[in-house]
Design a protein around this ligand. Structure first.
Ligand SMILES: *Cc1c(COP(=O)(O)O)cnc(C)c1O
Length: 374
């Protein structure tokens, strides 16, 4: 049996007629940037998350960068980010001229540890970017409390958490602004790059809209300089169709995760650590990440048996070459450092079958048995 890590083709085939019709409509209209499809998707997505405004843009990294700029964050400022995340979170901070300050993650949930945030706040700190990592919401009640106390801006990185929630309130609805990516492999993915910023403040929403379109709201009226970061009409059409299925797909991901966890506990109890779900939250399993000894051995064994796995990510940010100038050592981020060698992302998507999940778990069992024999 073959189990790929993601299967974007299976998802496309399940909604092919609707997607093809939507794309043909765009082609027929010959309007490829902006227009009604984009406005329609922005309204629908703002409503889905529960925010007043959605400003679409070119990708999730731009979304974070533009949000930071709109809040006036730049040179001389510090922004707190988790040590374990995709590089975009920190990269966006550096790209506006500010300095990312890393905070270690929680041992159980892999999100920024609120207890460690205050220790990193200085007179230069302007914002916190919590990441709802792997599809699980960060501890937003605690983070918002700290932000209020120190008057910091909170920009949520929701790139991995479309539809996640904490205490019944969606990820993306807690901070001053929220940034989403619609990279094809995300839980809501376009057929190319795409992103969005969600916000309630009308004035800042307008600033963001200007920044994403060369500083203009009305053609040729450039109040400021901006950039070119817009959502293509074809991508908006794809996203509009796919948004209708997001809840269904999310429930399927959650059911798949339940089956994985149940089988892993029954058959491999102790040797594989399944993901833990924070109480009173909805984990949307962008990734299903387990921890194990002999991770590389298991990964190789699964590959030999036609099961694709991945590592998200091989190194925590403070240990990457690009941040070597900060001079961090493993003891600065013990949780992140310990994760690096142990994490493994198993195949996870809505279309994954129960049969495939049984096969993956069985192969992991064989891998562990075989590793003990040699
Ligand atoms: C994917 C991702 C982004 C950036 O998204 P792009 O659309 O690829 O630029 C940002 N943060 C996190 C945590 C991500 O996983």
């Amino acid at each position: 049996m073959n189990v790929s890590f993601v299967d974007l083709r299976a998802q496309y085939l399940s909604i092919k007629e609707e997607i093809d019709a939507a794309i043909w409509q765009v082609l027929d209209s010959a309007s490829f940037i902006g227009g009604e499809w984009v406005a329609k998707f922005e309204r629908a997505f703002a409503q889905y998350i529960g925010r007043r405004f959605c400003v679409s843009c070119g990708n999730g990294t731009d979304a974070i960068e533009v949000a930071l700029k709109a809040f006036g964050i730049g040179p001389g400022d510090e922004v707190i980010v988790p040590a374990y995340t995709w590089i975009s979170t920190a990269e966006a901070v550096s790209n506006v001229g500010a300095v990312p300050v890393f905070v270690d993650v929680e041992e159980d949930y892999y999100c920024i540890d609120p207890q460690l945030i205050e220790g990193k706040i200085t007179s230069k700190t302007k914002a916190i970017i919590p990441v709802h990592f792997y599809g699980q919401a960060a501890n937003m009640p605690a983070i918002m409390q700290i932000a209020q106390k120190h008057q910091l801006i909170v920009i949520e990185d929701c790139a991995q958490a479309h539809g996640a929630s904490i205490e019944g309130k969606k990820a993306g609805n807690w901070g001053h602004a929220a940034c989403f990516s619609f990279y094809p492999g995300k839980n809501l993915g376009a057929y190319g790059d795409a992103g969005a910023i969600l916000i309630d403040d009308e004035r800042i929403a307008e600033t963001i809209r200007r920044l994403c379109n060369h500083g203009q709201l009305v053609k040729h009226e450039h109040l400021v300089e901006g950039r070119n970061s817009r959502l293509d009409t074809i991508q908006a059409a794809v996203l509009s169709v796919k948004l209708k299925y997001l809840e269904l797909w999310t429930e399927q991901r959650i059911a798949n995760a339940r089956l994985y966890t149940q089988l892993l506990q029954e058959q491999l109890g102790g040797s594989i650590l399944p993901p833990k779900v924070r109480g009173n939250t909805r984990h949307v399993f962008h990734l299903y990440v387990v921890q194990c000894e002999q991770r590389d051995w298991i990964k190789q064994y699964l590959a030999k048996h036609s099961i694709q796995t991945a590592i998200h990510y091989p190194r925590a940010l403070p240990f990457l070459e690009c941040y070597a100038y900060m001079g961090h050592c493993p003891e600065d981020f013990p949780k992140s450092h310990a994760m690096q060698k142990r994490i493994l992302s198993l195949p996870m998507y809505a279309e994954l079958t129960g049969e495939q999940i049984y096969y993956v778990v069985n192969c992991m069992k064989d891998a562990i048995l075989e590793s003990k024999q040699c």
